[in-house]
Design a protein around this ligand. Structure first.
Ligand code: AMP
Ligand code: MG
Length: 180
């Protein structure tokens, strides 16, 4: 089986996924890492935060290549995004050509309060984050729910909204493990 776990930057996605991987048969693969490595090999980018600023056809090309690789693996959690905010508008993380390669069983959206997310972002200076306000974060989480629902209708896979409570990522992890 292949499942998607998504969540906006700062939601605590990596922490939750690490816990799920330790307590399950699943391995995690990061979609952005595959895209980054392929883009870097083509000399298109030097870091992962440049991917979303590439021309859309270039992003789609890397996206397709990453999807083909992942579609050949089993028992994996794919760490990715429902949508990517690019300078040209929202790019779907799982358009039809990606979903057709991946054959996903379930989508998990890790969510938290905008205040918590902002707090985490301030503590992680390693990434070049966009400067969002609480209202932007609320809107992005809402938009990601719409995208997830659209993917679910297209693919027939289930959707799960997983709340990551302040200081208790193990609760979010348990909720995912129970549904795998
Ligand atoms: P991440 O570290 O998970 O935020 O991923 C790094 C970057 O990879 C993101 O900012 C996006 O530009 C890109 N990326 C990740 N997943 C996808 C996807 N499914 N479709 C298109 N781009 C993606
Ligand atoms: Mg992370």
């Amino acid at each position: 089986m292949r499942v998607i776990v998504s969540g906006i930057p700062g939601v605590g996605k990596s922490t939750v996924i690490d816990m799920v991987v330790k307590k399950s048969e699943y391995k995690v693969l990061n979609f952005g890492t595959l895209m980054f490595e392929m883009g870097r090999d083509l000399s298109l980018i030097e870091n992962r935060d440049e991917i979303r600023k590439l021309a859309i056809p270039e992003q789609i090309d890397l996206q397709k290549k990453a999807a083909v690789k992942l579609g050949q693996m089993d028992n994996i959690i794919i760490d990715t995004h429902m949508s990517i905010k690019s300078p040209k508008g929202y790019l779907p993380g799982l358009p039809q050509w990606v979903l057709n390669e991946l054959n996903i069983s379930s989508y998990f959206l890790i969510e938290s309060s905008p205040e918590e997310i902002l707090k985490h972002r301030l503590n992680d200076p390693s990434r070049s984050r966009d400067e969002d306000k609480a209202d932007d974060i609320k809107e992005q989480q809402e938009i990601n729910r719409y995208y997830a629902i659209a993917y679910s209708v297209y693919s027939g896979a289930t959707v799960n909204f997983i709340y990551n409570p302040d200081n208790h990522p193990e609760i979010a992890a348990e909720n995912i493990i129970r549904r795998l």
